[in-house]
Design a protein around this ligand. Structure first.
Ligand code: HEC
Ligand code: HEC
Length: 217
């Protein structure tokens, strides 16, 4: 049930970037929120980025009321013990200090001028060959590995404890590039599979697709 709420929040996110993404216009630059809300840079923010974005958006964390340090420690411990967040015990004090430092911060969506991404339409013929598998491996190692496992077998640290479990990506041989892209961009509502369209660039998504293709058995 709660996972629905989280996913709904992630999906609600920022449809602006999706619209930009869907437009076929050939512009050389477009302005849109690249990454809706990120953990604001401060000591400890890396820990939050590594371990909290696995299941939540940063926005979800910033929406919480201000908590004293003990309460944040309690919450993080609950994430670890109850939900299987893979954060090491030794990182919890530094993360709690960071979370306290973010109590009163209301992060703004940063509007960035970015180079126009290749429109998906332009690469529709063969999206996986438009991606770079070795860059995709890095994307995978940062964002996907905790659930899908190093070799994509669905056996990451939390992959098998999810209901349904993380998919075995070595078995996607029969799925088309577009089916896989769809799963990555939109996620799978009602499961732990997040939507990545707001958090990864088109190129990152194409790269990770190219990497997934190399995992097929
Ligand atoms: C493995 C998935 C997972 C990870 C990783 C995770 N959470 Fe959660 N989190 C959940 C779920 C599921 C809930 C909903 C719990 C509920 O409503 O009882 C939740 C709820 C919360 C809440 C709401 C308050 C509460 O006690 O329920 C906060 C705040 C929170 N998480 C912060 C974090 C932070 C900070 C991190 C990074 C250390 C994190 N979460 C990592 C799954 C996760
Ligand atoms: C929090 C855990 C989690 C993370 C992180 C995650 N996934 Fe998933 N993923 C899942 C789950 C669970 C499923 C199975 C959903 C279902 O049963 O419909 C899934 C399904 C998929 C599928 C669909 C497979 C099929 O059978 O059609 C693809 C593709 C996929 N994930 C790719 C990725 C990529 C790429 C990333 C990183 C950018 C990623 N996932 C990150 C949990 C996760």
């Amino acid at each position: 049930m709660q996972i629905f709420v989280i996913i709904a929040l992630m999906v609600l996110g920022f449809s602006v970037s999706v619209d930009a993404f869907n437009k076929k216009e050939r512009q050389s630059t477009i302005t849109f929120p690249l990454d809706p809300i990120t953990f604001q840079s401060a000591p400890g923010s890396q820990i939050a980025t590594s371990y909290c974005l696995i299941c939540h958006s940063a926005e979800y964390v910033y929406m919480q009321p201000p908590h004293p340090r003990e309460r944040w420690e309690e919450i993080v411990l609950k994430m670890k013990q109850v939900f299987g967040c893979p954060i090491p015990e030794s990182d919890i004090p530094a993360l709690s200090t960071y979370l306290v430092s973010q109590n009163k911060i209301q992060p703004r969506v940063e509007l960035k001028k970015v180079k126009a991404e290749p429109a998906l339409e332009a690469v529709q013929e063969s999206p996986s060959s438009s991606g770079n598998a070795s860059s995709g491996k890095r994307v995978f190692g940062t964002y996907c590995v905790n659930c899908h496992g190093q070799l994509g077998k669905g056996d990451g640290p939390i992959g098998q404890s999810l209901v349904p479990p993380a998919a075995n990506l070595t078995l996607l041989g029969k799925k088309s590039d577009n089916e896989i892209l769809d799963a990555i961009r939109k996620g799978r509502p009602g499961t732990a599979m997040p939507s990545w369209k707001n958090d990864l660039s088109t190129q990152d998504i194409l790269d990770v697709l190219a990497y997934i293709r190399t995992l097929a058995l």
